[in-house]
Design a protein around this ligand. Sequence first.
Ligand SMILES: Nc1nc2c(ncn2[C@@H]2O[C@H](COP(=O)(O)OP(=O)(O)O)[C@@H](O)[C@H]2O)c(=O)[nH]1
Ligand SMILES: [Mg+2]
Length: 257
Amino acid sequence: MKFNDLDARLRVFETAHDHCALPGLYLVARLDGRGFTRLTKEVYSFEAPFDERVRDMMVATVRHLMHCGFRVRYGYTQSDEISLLLDLTEDAFGRKLRKLISVLAGEASAAFSLQLGGVACFDCRIAQLPGPDYVVDYFRWRQEDAHRNSLNAHCYWLLRRAGVAPAAAHAQIKHLSTGAKHELLMQRGINYHDLPAWQKRGTGVYWGQEVRTGYDPIRQQAVQATRRDLQVDYELPLGAEYEALVRQWLQPTGTTS
Ligand SMILES: Nc1nc2c(ncn2[C@@H]2O[C@H](COP(=O)(O)OP(=O)(O)O)[C@@H](O)[C@H]2O)c(=O)[nH]1
Ligand SMILES: [Mg+2]
């Protein structure tokens, strides 16, 4: 069979299920580390529950994802997950979901693996959100998830270090109210409120302006230039303030809110 015939006959099996995200929908990609429970505790021995080295590799991965050809307006990371808000008018790969998902997962896996010096893998899914309020709620949801997980993780590791076995520690925490978890930590001298904000709320990455001072040799004077640069926010606000922060990234680039 000639190549053109084979091409026509078989291409359809690859492309028939190529779904495209509809225009006007907000796209949020969430990437999650595969098997990071084992990776962080058995393959490598990172500090538990939180290690700044893991955080920094995740942030470096977010930065890479925001520089690799997609218009990402806001990046957010907590634990082993990353959420990316794409510009409302993003049309990379004609908005083909399979392409977006596979390329983002590949880019994240490659970037994190280079940081780690070993193989790490991320999966990716894309939520297609029908309006701005959904996007705000999405990021509030992930921030609340970070908050709950960090409280549980601090309690779990406190019990483990006190000699409690893994299953018993899980069981003990499961039945405690939020207040009782705070109390458990407090009894051992840990005030949850004093823990670093990035552990409780995650870390945000967004575009800002950086002012650089250079020297103009012709006019022989200092000059200032601004350029678009990524800013990493380790002190994300909560509630209405966080909502306002997310809302500023909802308008497509080039428009004002
Ligand atoms: N030791 C350590 N573990 C971390 C850190 N950040 C994330 N993890 C672990 O990564 C895992 C993420 O959870 P999940 O995605 O549900 O687990 P997975 O399916 O094994 O990837 C949890 O076990 C976290 O404890 C860190 O800074 N230090
Ligand atoms: Mg994971």
